[in-house]
Design a protein around this ligand. Structure first.
Ligand code: HEM
Ligand SMILES: *[C@@H]1O[C@H](CO)[C@@H](O)[C@H](O)[C@H]1NC(C)=O
Length: 466
């Protein structure tokens, strides 16, 4: 039973919530401010929580080359869901976990993921093939996110998504809803209070979604623990298959020979489920959208794949480093549509920027990746999709903190290579099968819900290629 507030109190909360809903930090508004103030401006959430919002490479470098903690006010909202895993931790415990999990994303392991990723993509493409009609476009977003969840589960947890098309796919929906609910909580002043939030209907919905996810995690961990109990099975697993994330977490021992507490194992599992699929799903959706808008680049990518494959049908690990044009297109789409558009830090020591301005210890900083990637003092004609910005000749002129889809410095994305691998595999397979064009009647409408989403979906026309 979840406790709830008496009705009158509850209405009062709704009223206050509406009146104190923090001003929407719309993307257009941020961009226009960024044009006026070239490095940074202050950003107030409801007049009580002030951030310095930065979008200049030198400003980003001054903060993000350090490992200051995430801004607790916001990241604490994640804890009931993903626990204290890599995304939320800081200090020695973060370092210990980061060191533990880094080998799970080594190239030798990624190599074995290529065929699993291809399998997940093929399931999605088969589904699309059955569904396309001549005159109706397809909203691809949800399917792409299902695909990336399936491949994440296959690759890092050796399971895979078990959904029948009749199910209302609860696990992915729950994850999707939770990110939107956290963004809502960030923006709603009253909801920063734990008590009010947990008694509100939104808080209840949040808790229910968490329950779905945690049930699934517990089940996965329990099953694996059972299997690892058997010594022979353990040896077999180690011989036959690379250690996946769960094996690594369950077999880890500290200097005293102690394993990780269950709480930490669950936290890292939930963290990777959150960090590892909606992000990539969002990235791939926007990528397909960009290429649909630009048939000339789409065709060049397709030719590049055809040339690499010859008469082979499957993509292999070695092919992935031979796709310069595709790689440039992926980067250019991550520039225009960074899946993680904004990140927050709280300074644990003062910082001095290149222009002599300083911020004291304790200040809150928001790195606005979306605005950085469209900053006209950094990128010429920032609104134009031009993959050649990322050509070898141009790269030497690029500031190392100008392009930050995966962040940078010690707290960067641990799975950047995993994500790039997945984007390449699924783009290649999609372009071999379909020609993409945009549905001009249903353009996307970008919003920040932790991730860069579209309120109107991402609608594409697909045409089967012979
Ligand atoms: C296109 C896909 C992806 C993008 C754009 C992306 C982006 C990012 C960014 C910007 C951060 C820093 C967040 C912050 O400072 O608040 C981050 C951290 C992280 N990402 Fe990713 N990510 C992607 C895919 C993945 C995948 C596939 C996984 C896991 C399988 C993953 C796991 C993580 C983890 C665990 C962290 C925290 C690292 C730490 O603080 O030590 N990400 N990611
Ligand atoms: C460098 O980038 C610009 C766009 O900023 C592009 O027009 C130009 O062709 C690129 N140069 C090369 C050699 O790719």
């Amino acid at each position: 039973m979840t406790p709830s507030l008496p009705e009158p109190l509850f209405s009062l909360c709704i009223f206050l919530k509406k009146s104190l809903q923090l001003q929407d930090q719309e993307l257009d508004k941020i961009l226009s401010w960024a044009e006026k103030y070239p490095c940074a401006h202050s950003l107030w959430f409801g007049g009580f929580l002030g951030f310095l919002n930065i979008y200049h490479p030198e400003y980003a470098k001054a903060v993000y080359r350090r490992a200051d903690p995430k801004a607790g006010d916001f990241y604490d909202f994640f804890v009931p869901w993903i626990g204290k895993g890599l995304v939320v931790l800081h200090g020695p415990k973060w370092f210990q976990h980061r060191r533990l999990l880094t080998p799970a994303f080594h190239n030798d392991i990624l190599k074995s993921y290529v065929s699993l990723m291809a399998d997940s993509s093929k399931v999605m493409l088969d589904k699309w093939e059955k569904r396309i009609t001549k005159d109706k476009s397809l909203d691809i977003f949800e399917d792409v996110c299902l695909m990336t969840l399936d491949s994440l589960l296959k690759c890092t947890f050796s399971t895979g998504l078990k959904v029948r098309s009749s199910d209302k796919t609860t696990l992915p929906t729950a994850i999707h809803d939770l990110t939107a609910m956290i963004q809502q909580r960030i923006k709603t002043f009253l909801y920063h209070n734990d008590l009010i939030y947990w008694f509100s209907p939104h808080g209840r919905r949040f808790r229910n979604a968490c329950r779905i996810i945690h049930c699934n995690t517990e089940k996965m961990i329990k099953e694996r623990k059972e299997r690892l109990k058997d010594k022979r099975e353990l040896e077999n697993i180690q011989k036959k298959r690379r250690l996946d994330i769960l094996d690594i977490l369950l077999c880890a021992k500290d200097e005293n020979g102690e394993g990780l507490p269950d709480e930490d194992i669950s936290a890292e599992t939930d963290t990777l489920m959150f960090g590892g699929h909606d992000t990539t799903g969002t990235g791939i959706s926007w990528l397909l959208y960009c290429l649909a808008l630009h048939p000339e680049h789409q065709q060049r990518c397709r030719e590049e794949i055809k040339e690499i494959l010859g008469d082979r049908e499957t993509i292999q690990w070695n092919d992935l480093s031979n796709m310069p044009y595709i790689t440039m297109c992926i980067k250019e789409s991550l520039r225009l549509y960074p899946p993680v558009p904004q990140m927050y830090r709280q300074l644990n020591q003062p910082v001095t920027f290149f222009d002599g301005r300083t911020l004291p210890e304790g200040s809150l900083v928001s790195l606005h990746v979306y605005a950085l990637h469209r900053n006209p003092t950094v990128w010429k004609d920032p609104e134009v999709f031009d993959p050649l910005r990322f050509s070898q000749d141009n790269l030497s002129d690029q500031h190392s903190f100008a392009f930050l889809p995966f962040s940078a410095g010690p707290r960067n994305c641990i799975a950047q290579q995993f994500a790039m691998t997945e984007m390449k595999v699924s783009l290649a397979l999609t372009l071999l099968r379909f020609e993409l064009s945009p549905d001009l009647n249903k353009p996307p409408n970008e919003v920040v819900q932790l991730l860069l989403r579209s309120t109107t979906g991402i609608h594409l026309h697909l045409k089967k290629l012979s």
